[in-house]
Design a binder for this molecule. Structure first.
Ligand SMILES: NC(=O)C1=CN([C@@H]2O[C@H](COP(=O)(O)OP(=O)(O)OC[C@H]3O[C@@H](n4cnc5c(N)ncnc54)[C@H](O)[C@@H]3O)[C@@H](O)[C@H]2O)C=CC1
Ligand SMILES: CC(=O)C(C)=O
Length: 255
């Protein structure tokens, strides 16, 4: 019987790359996203690969909405074997310029969502005898980055939740790990680059290029580079790994 994975933020960028990779690995994939159109389009791409897929509109920063995502998935599929807590947003600003409302919003979307996701799938995974929870951190969760202060704080927080959940859930055969990408060429980095370049008064593209220049492997990261790691973390090959957040960044010098 095919296993099932839920990928949040699966409608574009890294989440789409992960969803397609897990489909190639044989998982049925539930694509949870705020954006109905992109979630539906990725679900169609997945079905074309020969597995089943269900798009679900969900706001992961809202506990009831996340619970509904998981319940809807579980109604269609008998097991929830993998949850990828991928959805997140960035915020580019100095700490001084960030409002309290913005700070709280990015925590609701990036961190509360991981908390809601772990709580929603744990009873299902316990009842079925195990599962894998995989959370999106970042190199910004290993090293605070100028103009990404609140964002960095959310990604450090996710590593903490990952470690604690791994300790709590090991007895239930649930592993909890994370991935920490570097500079991935997605719509998120288009936004980060635009804002950083405006702040620094440099042409669009220059801020991203400066980060890419510090990558040992000499190129920006693709969603597929992240998806390869998540494929491993979702597979039985990683059964003895838990509580880890693994950096996949092409060798960035400051991490
Ligand atoms: N792009 C990068 O360089 C890096 C990204 N990451 C992390 O990887 C994850 C994915 O990033 P990207 O694909 O680059 O982002 P993206 O902005 O390209 O895509 C994010 C997806 O999440 C969805 N989303 C946003 N808020 C949501 C919510 N409240 N509920 C449900 N869905 C929501 C969006 O609709 C979108 O489909 C994020 O957690 C990000 O912080 C980590 C390190 C580097
Ligand atoms: C978006 C992000 O996490 C970085 C490090 O660029």
């Amino acid at each position: 019987m095919a296993k099932t994975a839920i990928v949040t933020g699966g409608g574009q960028g890294i989440g789409r790359g992960i969803a397609l990779q897990l489909a190639k690995d044989g998982f049925n994939v539930v694509v949870g996203d705020l954006n109905e159109k992109t979630a539906a389009s990725v679900a169609e791409e997945i079905k074309a690969l020969g597995v089943d897929s269900l798009p679900v509109v969900a706001d992961v920063s809202d506990e009831a909405s996340f619970q509904n995502l998981v319940e809807t998935a579980h109604k269609q599929f008998p097991t929830i074997d993998v949850l990828v807590n991928n959805a997140g947003i960035a915020l580019v600003a100095t700490i001084q310029e960030t409002t309290t409302a913005e700070f709280e919003r990015i925590f609701r979307i990036n961190v509360n969502s991981v908390f809601f996701g772990i709580k929603a799938v744990t009873p299902i995974m316990q009842a079925q005898g195990g599962g894998k929870i995989i959370n999106a951190s970042s190199i910004a969760g290993h090293q605070g980055i100028e103009l990404l202060g609140p964002y960095s704080a959310t990604k450090f927080a996710i590593r903490g939740l990952t470690q604690a959940a791994a300790q709590e859930l090991a007895k239930d055969h649930i592993t909890v790990n994370g991935y920490a990408p570097g500079i991935v060429l997605t719509p998120m980095w288009d936004l980060i680059d635009k804002r950083m370049s405006e702040i620094h008064g440099v042409p669009i593209g220059a801020s991203r290029q400066k980060f890419i220049d510090g990558i040992a492997l000499g190129r920006g990261e693709q969603p597929e580079d992240v998806a390869g790691l998540v494929s491993f973390l979702a597979s039985s090959k990683s059964d003895y790994i838990t509580g880890q957040t693994i950096v996949v960044d092409g060798g960035i010098d400051y991490v």
